[in-house]
Write a protein that binds this ligand. Structure first.
Ligand code: ADP
Ligand code: MG
Length: 539
């Protein structure tokens, strides 16, 4: 870029630099964390979100609040991104990650005004983060018992609906997660995508239930096709069995009426060829993603093959995984080895809608049927179930958990403080600031439960200090009776992935923000916060 271009670019911008830039950015992060602080933990309060068109949503989930808020500030958007990333990778810990990021920035600001350069703070934070990752592995507890799987799943559902709904969702989630777990040489795998979720409007949320098998709101193409099969083979076609469609718009002119029947005969011949190829493979069931021509349906019916058409792509993949079937591109390319095997296939009429239920062999497949009085309620349960299912699958695959209720953050904080003494110089101050920031989680849990945060932090610190090493990192705040308790024994436990991702997301966001010392805003940008460019003293 030439010097002239650069001058022009800077002419078109408002600019804040150095201390002012850092102060403004930290202020934005603080505002965001203040907005969601009160939702943390099982005693967190709900937020009512009212959209432009007046629709109302009540939620206790930090990330839902952030996703729905119309936030323009770029730093606030960065923090929202870490919450969304946390949601996408571990489906829990979203509020925690934003609170931690903001607290890390607040503590960094205090060091900065004392004259410590941001690059020293960044170094100290990176050292503290790496140490925390080591410590997490040390504090992690390997679980094998089923009740702990339930406990961890229930902790991830804390704050959602009433206790009865939490119990129902926990029971269904754990059963579903076990239903889709597969033992392999390399260990157990549990892919949450293998659970199908369907909704049935009506009833109450606690009436939701699991069905063994994959349930699709579909019925066989013809009433004369056999509906119930005890076992058999399945062919899955990623297309249809139809007359060939031209890819460009075309018009065919027939100069002689006999040409029309010749044309139709040719089309039928093509369909027959496709059906012949299918029949010689002898599948019990054929499933197509697109349509099946009436002539083809008649031919399949004659051969005793049951066919389903217009099945959605997601269902396709579930069917293929449950039956170990390959998805073929077209009827002509299907081979015997592409067929999958199922244990049972039948149809049932549920409140006037026919449903096809198929149990695979590799895994029978599991479907959650969500009940609820409104679309909105059903959607909320679906999100909670998906999140809890992901947590349960992480535990089945990894099997390591950490204690909740602020226990792990407090243990990390205390160990970091001791460890910081090994460092001489200013980095040790940054490690201490990182350690202090971790206390925001037990402190906020105490505040949200109506407890005195200072008393609780002092009591927790003293209890962890005097406990034996194996017990210390399990002690947290029992928000139900305001005592310091063994959270592991109480069943308040979380996945190791959740804690690791919280630290990774919040540390990286704090470090990126600390590195910014110049902010250029396009002039006339409506998102420029008020007061930019005005001189202020922020100490
Ligand atoms: P996040 O979005 O960060 O997951 P939540 O609102 O789900 O936020 O709250 C999670 C926090 O609540 C965790 O620190 C967890 O350990 C804590 N928590 C959950 N259940 C309990 C409980 N019964 N007692 C104390 N703390 C709890
Ligand atoms: Mg949570």
């Amino acid at each position: 870029m030439s010097g002239g271009d650069e001058a022009q670019l800077l002419n078109d911008t408002s600019r804040i630099k150095g201390k002012e830039a850092l102060f403004r950015n930290i202020e934005a992060a603080d505002a965001l964390s203040e907005a969601i602080k009160s939702t943390l933990g099982p005693k967190g309060l709900d937020k009512m979100l009212v959209s432009d068109n007046g629709s109302v949503k009540i939620t206790n989930d930090g990330v839902t609040v952030l996703k729905n808020a119309k936030i323009e500030h770029p730093i606030a958007k960065m923090l929202i991104d870490i919450a969304i990333n946390q949601e996408n990778t571990v489906q829990d810990g979203t509020t925690t990650s934003v609170l931690l990021a903001s607290e890390l920035l607040q503590n960094a600001w205090e060091l900065y005004v004392k004259g410590i350069h941001p690059s020293i703070i960044v170094n100290g934070y990176s050292l503290a983060y790496n140490k925390c990752n080591e410590l997490i592995e040390k504090f992690a507890i390997k679980i094998t018992e089923d009740n702990l799987l339930e406990s961890a799943t229930k902790t991830s559902l804390s704050g959602i609906g009433g206790l009865k709904l939490q119990d129902t969702l926990t029971r269904l989630t754990c059963k579903a997660a076990k239903g889709i777990s597969i033992s392999q040489n390399s260990g157990i795998t549990a892919n949450p995508n293998n659970v199908k979720i369907i909704s049935q409007k009506g009833g109450v949320a606690t009436d939701s239930y699991l069905v063994e098998g994959l349930v699709l709101a579909k019925q066989a193409c013809s009433p004369d096709m056999k509906r119930n099969h005890e076992e058999g083979t399945i062919l899955i076609i990623d297309g249809g069995i139809e007359k060939r469609k031209t890819t460009i718009q075309s018009k065919i002119n027939f100069s002689d009426p006999s040409m029309i029947s010749a044309f139709r005969d040719k089309e039928l011949e093509l369909i027959s060829k496709q059906i012949e190829n299918i029949i010689q493979l002898k599948p019990t069931i054929v499933v197509c993603r697109e349509g099946i021509d009436d002539a083809a349906i008649r031919l399949l019916e004659k051969s005793g093959i049951t066919a389903y058409r217009r099945v959605e792509r997601n269902d396709f993949e579930l069917l293929s995984r449950a039956c170990s079937a390959s998805i073929v591109a077209s009827p002509m390319s299907a081979k015997k080895s592409d067929l999958g095997i199922f244990c049972e296939s039948y149809e049932e009429n549920w409140a006037g809608v026919v449903h096809w239920i198929l149990k695979g062999t590799k895994q029978s497949g599991v479907t959650l049927v969500i009940r609820g009085s409104s679309e909105q309620l059903i959607q909320e349960i679906e999100i909670s179930f998906s999140d809890a299912l992901a947590v349960a699958c992480q535990i089945i695959e990894n099997g390591k958990v950490l204690s909740g209720g602020g226990a792990t953050q407090m243990a990390l904080s205390r160990t970091l403080k001791e460890w910081s003494q090994e460092f001489e110089g200013r980095e040790s101050l940054a490690i201490l600031a990182y350690a202090d920031a971790l206390e925001i989680i037990p402190r906020t849990l105490a505040i949200n439960a109506g407890l005195d945060p200072i008393d609780q932090i002092l009591a927790l610190n003293a209890a962890q200090a005097s406990a034996k090493s194996g017990l210390s990192s399990k002690l947290g705040i029992n928000i139900h009776n305001s005592t310091i308790s063994n959270m592991y024994d109480l069943g308040v436990i979380e996945t190791i992935q959740n804690h690791k991702q919280c630290l990774a997301g919040s540390t990286s966001a704090a470090i990126s923000i600390l590195r910014i010392d110049d902010v250029l805003w396009a002039k006339n940008d409506p998102t420029i916060p008020e007061g930019i460019g005005e001189e202020e003293d922020h100490e």
